[in-house]
Design a protein around this ligand. Structure first.
Ligand code: F6P
Ligand code: MG
Length: 413
């Protein structure tokens, strides 16, 4: 008997790098080696470590997986189990989600992240994350001004206050366009966006249903499975502050990664860095944003959590029971970004028109995914929409210019 609650549909095959001409192949053979080189360039690791990173970069193209040396990390034993079936296989041939999550875990292993010494807990992507924040200061000011405006409106009982929630959801969605594994922080101007222009780029929009859901109950607990640090985190924190300070939520839990991964993914320390960054800003609205953030953190209304499930190669339906039970208390789980979405769908080759709710049947609470498309994984799209997109934007699945807001409403009362 399977101990997990699987999707009700038969599971298709996983994406993998061996699929010729796919974005997956391009990622394993080109993007991941580039990321390994970036780690060398942007840090001052020893020659021995840099040599190991070079080797990893070369292996990705056609070489085999290397084992993990014991680095005493909490998840070491788990990783031994996860990669055992794949150790004699090429990076290209194993499921893509395993390849990517293991690649990032291996970078930490090779750079002595978990071992006592000069590199312990040194985030190899730190400079990328910080740059992403520093280069988006204008957008942060813009967003902070919006936040103040939204919060001046009456609370959720009134109709006019309902639009700000939807706008905050849109900002959080489009914040996901910024992903440092796809674009380096220095060439980034994607945080300058016009929300109205982006409306046509939302392929499924359940934001109204999300608003209705949150209006139905009081003292909502909201759980956000966070994605990227930098500007996306600012957008998410803006949503959080709006939810808390407008009364849509009485508690928000942010679920963060326990170690660096996927270049830009946020950890607890990245939220803390962001808080410090905001607190030094010389602008009234940003100061107010920062004060609201600090107040909610101090009051325990905004809680920062981490769990090794979020850096594992497991599909969402393989979530461990204690985390699932924790999420069962939520009135709404918000799942951010592309990689978290891939985990939701198990990173499998679903037909893109498959009903999203027929796959995501295993969650203990209502869930909304806010995701811009950066990989060849999707569900819940209309056939005619897919046909049109293929004509107007052949790269629509991976260029991060199209988004979805997809709700699965589970009755957990
Ligand atoms: O597919 C491209 C990619 O870089 C993947 O590696 C990963 O799925 C994703 O994008 C990361 O994006 P996000 O930060 O939105 O999860
Ligand atoms: Mg990410």
């Amino acid at each position: 008997m399977n101990k997990y609650q699987l999707p009700k549909l038969p599971l298709p095959l996983p994406l993998s790098g061996s699929q010729a001409g796919s974005f997956t192949e391009y990622t394993v053979t080109t993007r991941m080696p580039n990321i390994a080189h970036l780690v060398i360039q942007e840090n001052n690791f020893s020659q021995v470590i840099n040599h190991k990173l070079e080797q990893l970069s070369a292996d990705l193209q056609s070489g085999y997986l290397q084992p993990l040396s014991n680095d005493n990390a909490i998840d070491f034993e788990d990783w031994q189990t996860y990669i055992k079936p794949y150790l004699n296989q090429r990076w290209l041939d194993i499921p893509w989600f395993v390849a990517e999550t293991y690649f990032y875990r291996l970078i930490l292993n090779l750079t002595n992240y978990f071992l006592p010494g000069e590199y312990q807990y040194l985030d190899p992507f730190l400079s990328q994350k910080q740059k992403s924040l520093e280069t988006s200061i204008d957008s942060i000011i813009y967003l902070s001004s919006y936040l103040e405006k939204w919060l001046e409106e009456p609370q959720k009982q009134s109709n006019s206050s309902q639009l700000p929630l939807i706008s905050a959801l849109y900002f959080s969605l489009w914040g996901n366009r910024v992903d440092l594994s796809l674009w380096s922080a220095s060439e980034d101007n994607r945080s300058n966006f016009d929300i109205q222009q982006q409306l046509n780029h939302i392929l499924v929009d359940d934001s109204l249903a999300v608003m209705e859901l949150l209006t139905q109950s009081q003292n909502n607990q909201i759980d956000i499975i966070v994605d990227n640090a930098g500007f996306e985190l600012i957008c998410d924190l803006c949503l959080v502050i709006f939810l808390l300070d407008s009364g849509f939520a009485s508690q928000v839990n942010l679920h963060l990664k326990p170690h660096p991964t996927f270049v830009s993914d946020a950890m607890i320390k990245d939220v803390q860095y962001t808080q410090e960054f905001l607190s030094t800003a010389n602008h009234d609205h940003v100061k107010s944003f920062s004060n609201r953030l600090s107040k909610n953190l101090a009051a325990g209304k905004l809680v920062l959590k981490e769990d090794y499930f979020w850096t594992s190669p497991l599909a969402f339906w393989q979530i461990h029971p204690s985390l699932k039970n924790e999420l069962a208390n939520s009135n709404l789980i918000i799942i951010k970004g592309d990689a978290n979405y891939r985990r939701l769908l198990g990173d499998l080759h679903w037909d893109y028109t498959t009903n999203f709710t027929d796959i995501v049947t295993y969650l203990p609470a209502p869930m909304v995914a806010l995701r811009t498309l950066k990989s060849e994984v999707a569900a819940g799209l209309k056939a005619e929409v897919i046909q049109e997109l293929t004509t107007i934007d052949p790269k629509w699945l991976t260029n991060g210019q199209w988004g979805v807001i997809q709700l699965v409403n589970v009755d957990n009362s």
